[in-house]
Write a protein that binds this ligand. Structure first.
Ligand SMILES: C[S@@+](CC[C@H](N)C(=O)[O-])C[C@H]1O[C@@H](n2cnc3c(N)ncnc32)[C@H](O)[C@@H]1O
Length: 273
């Protein structure tokens, strides 16, 4: 096995689910997150905007389950306001894709993770009262929008696990120069990569596509690692942040030896939950 030269694209893939931040609606396409001088509104719900028919078609697999329900926003402005919160919309999309579309065992082209194999930190999450309150609030809004029939398709355990997978694995999607956040996305294989405060790889985005590249040569069997946090924070701040958001105490890069035999996997920025 030879070294992986610096700058190699380790992962370039579309999200499992993603959601444009509300402030960027009518500026960026809801599917590809790219700017367009002309965006076409979904004629039915009038809530989604796409740059072309291809993007609308690609999003339809999920949007067809929301579209009818989003029409309520015309008469229920309070509910519309609640759904400006990206976390609620992303959570709804995760529930649709994993269960209603039955995609929980499907991986992306790299095959490192499926929705089923993502970490959910179930035991930590159920003890985390702040996140549980946020989850309950999201669920009551999703129930109001989607109805009891939709909710009855999920067990409590599935709802908690899906929320855990969202908060532990979702990346905040930035624009091309990482200067501002444009949305959030759950990327299956990129979610395989662990955190390091001395990362050997970085995450960037092209629209809603994630791109992971190594920033130095990687030795054979060396795991790509990315940073989950702002590296300018003090060590204590980083440790607190990683514990609060990802439920682990960062000491050092986890030993590659412990990983031999696993498939090689490779910045993630936390969405605010
Ligand atoms: C997005 S997942 C990373 C992938 C995970 N290792 C897996 O195989 O599914 C994030 C979780 O991985 C674990 N993790 C990531 N980096 C770590 C590190 N440097 N030390 C200990 N645990 C880490 C934590 O449990 C964290 O919540």
């Amino acid at each position: 096995m030879s070294k992986i030269p610096i700058g190699t694209t380790l992962i370039e893939s579309l999200p499992f689910v993603h959601c444009l931040i509300f402030e960027k609606k009518r500026i960026l396409c809801d599917y590809c997150f790219l700017e367009s001088s002309k965006l076409y509104q979904c004629s039915k719900c009038k809530f989604m905007h796409y740059c072309n028919a291809n993007c609308q078609r690609s999003d339809w697999q999920i949007h067809k389950h929301e579209c009818d329900k989003f029409t309520q926003f015309t008469n229920n402005l309070d509910l519309k306001k609640e759904f400006q919160n990206d976390i609620v919309r992303l959570y709804l999309r995760i529930l649709i894709k994993s269960k209603i579309n039955d995609q929980s065992n499907i991986s992306d082209e790299y095959g490192l993770k499926t929705f089923v194999t993502l970490m959910d930190h179930y035991e930590n999450l159920v003890k985390d009262m702040n996140r549980i309150k946020t989850m309950q609030k999201c669920l009551s809004l999703i129930k109001e929008l989607m109805g009891v029939d939709f909710m009855s398709k999920f067990s409590i355990k599935e709802l908690i696990s899906a929320f855990g997978k969202m908060v532990v694995n979702t990346m905040a999607v930035s624009n091309y120069d990482l200067s501002e956040s444009v949305g959030s996305g759950l990327y299956l294989s990129a979610a395989y990569y662990d955190h390091s405060c001395e990362p050997n790889s970085v995450v960037t985005f092209n629209g809603s596509k994630v791109i992971v590249r190594n920033i130095r040569d990687l030795e054979p069997n060396e795991e790509p690692v990315i940073s989950y946090c702002e590296l300018l924070m003090s060590k204590k701040q980083r440790q607190d942040y990683l514990m609060r958001c990802y439920y682990f105490k960062f000491l050092q890069i986890r030993s590659n030896l412990a990983r031999l035999g696993q498939k090689s996997k490779s910045h993630k920025r936390q969405v605010k939950v």
